[in-house]
Design a protein around this ligand. Structure first.
Ligand code: MTE
Ligand code: MOS
Length: 754
């Protein structure tokens, strides 16, 4: 069961349209909410007049910060995020007021009728500008939400002793998640003064807390159930708490079920993004390619509120030198307040930006030292027992070299590298290697636990619930396989139930590729007593020691091969009044991290990957055609190989978008391309040939050796593309996305011989 490609549990309902997304729920007497948003990136609110809106036909209520019965805050890390604007608005699109209407149209008319007087203020839109002493203050006295540092060895000395120092500044843009389903929530008042939430989300326990804060009611009075969710990619980590509280406030104050579904425009305008970033990077090498020192300064544009930036910046800090041994390290990361949209979680969580820099640095060093890009990596990559740049001694769980070997072979790397370049369409091939700390690590230690609930029926079927969510990544399928494996029951008999905060205790967020490891382990723990009971009863029937009974494929067998169907065992359990339901709990193993030095064990384990990208650059137009991508990933154990391959394919394409076309355009704080006709993402026609390669170097951290998988495929794609473009035309690009316009301008300036 574990290790085989089983059909997705959610596939049939999704392709036949039976799945219930939040916009499929329609309750009698339901109200609709629309949000009045700030037209300015920074302004003082002088007055709000809601009266004209209240007199519009169909409007049932207009609500501002003053109407919040609880706290006007959404709890995330630092709790500075206003639920509705109070005296100031700090970004274009910030929620100011809510209007409830009998129809979406009446609510919309109500929004247009509200009169707000603003006094516009001078904002700041770039993290480097915001750090200057005379910058407008958006947060505190210095606009810095969070600073992290790593200090190891003597970087100045390494720079002095180096044969080669590579120094560059890299820039990466805001990236939009572009999940298929926009944000949406349904809130239903329940008996006893409670609220039930149904909606699109990654983190039901965050939603529960947000609603409880805003309404000022106990957590136990808020029940959150996940509806089928059309993609998250990190964009439904913290943001759904805002959306849920918007619906909940109206439902709570009007006593009517209330639904809110964002338009694509307001979703892109106001929900989180991948942080735009600046990375200043200085690497020191010996002649033979050995990396002896790294100094990295990482500036994240956090936007107007801190939201998840402190933890995103932490993950970025840990990953900022790449998957290499490096004795001397100095990293400074700043999450900086600006008047841009608040940035948050996005597949890779602060690491794609720094890995872009790290992997381009390695490529440039290889070129300058006359080494092959994989050769310089072989000199430096992490292997079993090595120490990460932040001083974590790795266990025998490092499959990076195997990833490198596989990808070199599959791509015919050496053959392709040596081909001469000529003509107007030039081919090039580039690579990257990455590592990724699995689960929350030291930065989110207190949240790193998970619960599960399992119930076995007398007919041999079973249901289970967990506290993490399905968002398309395949959680239900992978966990069903684990349940089937552990109980020895057929896969078809296993039924996942929607994630529900009243059924399973707070299991932390569904992020950081932690579900397989954490919920998988919680399920195994939940099943243990049930399995023991099945073995005990089977032992009675088979007249053998229960410990010697194995249960597989619906048959309980004793060592000499004599077996009995599990169905028969279950009938006996029924007669014996066996307790065949149980809950389980899993807690991540401990990490040690010293905030002052930035050293210690950051994560419970790491996953690894090597990527090769082949491009063809048209030197007459600057167009870049990606031909092939080979991506090899050490996932520990592929519970479902096809789902791993699916993640690789999806992540690669999302990474290609980041590399070549995606950029949220924000000019002086005003977003210019908040819809999918102007914010372009790759479609099927842009997808190259992708060859996923699975490497399995097991880890003790997860069930069956699994390390968790979901974010890694995106992370190394942008640098591999940039490096392939360098191979094709001899030009380096330090800023994403690498658009045809940029390439064309560089070619014109640099004068390539045609
Ligand atoms: N795959 C699909 N189809 N949809 C998603 O929203 N989110 C990604 C990744 N793959 C996502 C996805 C992100 S950001 C994370 S953290 C992981 O899935 C979470 O999945 P896991 O915890 O089950 O590994
Ligand atoms: Mo994923 S960015 O950790 O939700």
């Amino acid at each position: 069961m574990v290790g085989s490609t089983m059909p997705r549990k959610d596939a049939m309902d999704k392709v036949t349209g039976k799945s219930m997304y939040v916009s499929d729920f329609y309750l009698p007497d339901m109200l609709f909410v629309k949000v009045l948003r700030s037209p300015y990136p920074y302004a003082k609110i002088i007055s709000i007049d809601t009266e004209p809106a209240k007199s519009i036909k169909g409007v049932r209520g207009v609500f501002t910060a003053k109407d919040c019965p609880g706290k006007n805050r959404i709890p995330i890390v630092m709790d500075d995020l206003r639920f509705l604007a109070e005296d100031y608005v700090r970004f274009h699109g910030e929620p100011v007021a809510l209007v409830a209407g009998e129809t979406e149209e009446s609510a919309e008319q109500g929004v247009r009728a509200i009169k707000v007087t603003y006094k516009q203020l001078q904002g700041v839109f770039d993290p480097l500008e915001a750090m200057k002493p005379d910058a407008p203050k958006i947060y505190g006295t210095d606009n810095i939400f969070k600073h992290w540092q790593v200090r190891k060895g003597d970087v100045d000395k390494a720079m002095r002793e180096a044969d080669l120092v590579i120094e560059n500044e890299y820039r990466t843009p805001h990236q939009e998640h572009a999940y298929l389903e926009p944000q949406g929530m349904l809130a239903v008042p329940t008996e006893g003064g409670g609220i039930q939430i149904i909606g699109s989300m990654q983190c039901p326990f965050y939603v529960r807390e947000g609603v409880s804060w805003v309404l000022g009611i106990p957590l136990a009075n808020v029940r959150v159930v996940q509806a089928t969710t059309g993609g998250g990619f990190g964009g439904k980590e913290d943001c759904p708490s805002i959306v849920a509280a918007q619906a909940a406030l109206v439902a709570f104050l009007t006593g009517r079920p209330t639904r809110i579904i964002y338009t694509r425009e307001e979703d892109i305008l106001s929900m989180s993004k991948r942080h735009a970033a600046i990375v200043k990077s200085q690497y020191a090498f010996k002649k033979d390619g050995t990396l002896i020192g790294a100094r990295v300064k990482y500036y994240l544009d956090a936007g107007a509120y801190s939201t998840l930036s402190p933890v995103v910046a932490w993950r970025g800090t840990v990953h900022s030198v790449g998957p290499y041994k490096c004795p001397n390290v100095e990293v400074d990361t700043w999450a900086v307040a600006t008047n841009n949209v608040p940035s948050g979680a996005f597949r890779g969580f602060g690491s794609p930006q720094v890995l872009f820099a790290a992997e381009c640095q390695m490529d440039e060093a290889a070129y300058r030292l006359g080494l092959d890009p994989f050769e310089i990596r072989r000199r430096n990559i992490l292997r079993d027992g090595d120490e990460t740049p932040t001083g974590q001694r790795l266990k025998a769980e490092v499959g990076l070299e195997a990833c490198v070997n596989h990808v070199i072979e599959a791509s015919h790397w050496y053959e392709k590298r040596s081909k001469p370049k000529c003509g107007t369409k030039r081919r090039g091939i580039g690579c990257s290697t990455v590592f990724y700390g699995v689960s929350l690590g030291a930065g989110g230690k207190h949240l790193d636990r998970a619960g599960a609930f399992v119930q076995v029926m007398y007919d041999g079927s079973a249901v289970f619930g967990v506290g993490t969510t399905e968002m398309g990544q395949g959680m239900q399928t992978v966990l069903s396989q684990i349940v089937a494996e552990e109980l020895g029951l057929p896969y078809e008999n296993i039924r996942p139930i929607p994630t529900d905060t009243h059924i399973v205790p707070d299991s932390g967020p569904t992020v950081a590729s932690r579900t397989t490891v954490m919920s998988g382990q919680a399920l195994i723990n939940a099943i243990k007593p049930i399995k023991e009971e099945l073995q005990r009863v089977a032992g009675e029937i088979l007249e053998c020691n229960p410990n010697l009974v194995t249960i597989k494929h619906g048959i309980a067998t004793r060592p000499d091969g004599k077996g009995v169907e599990v169905r028969e065992v279950l009938k006996r359990c029924l007669a014996e009044r066996s307790h065949l339901a149980s809950s389980g709990w899993a807690v991540a193993s401990d990490t040690s991290w010293d905030i002052n030095t930035g050293r210690g064990d950051a994560y419970i384990t790491y996953a690894f990957a090597a990527n090769v990208v082949e491009v063809e650059v048209d030197i007459e137009t600057g167009e870049i055609d990606v031909l092939n991508v080979w991506a090899s990933h050490d996932v520990g154990k592929a519970i479902n190989p096809q789902l791993v391959e699916g993640q690789i394919e999806g992540g690669v394409v999302q990474g290609l978008g980041y590399a070549l076309m995606e950029k949220v355009v924000i000019e002086q704080g005003i977003m210019k391309n908040n819809n999918l006709s102007t914010y372009l993402i790759p479609t099927a026609v842009d997808a190259p040939n992708i060859e996923p390669i699975i490497v399995e170097k097991p880890s003790n951290a997860g069930p069956y050796g699994a390390k968790g998988f979901g974010e890694q495929p995106l992370m190394g794609i942008a640098p591999a593309v940039a490096n392939a473009i360098f191979d094709a035309i001899g030009m380096r690009f330090y800023e994403l996305p690498i658009t045809p316009e940029k390439v064309f301008a560089a070619i014109k300036k640099g004068g390539i011989n045609i």
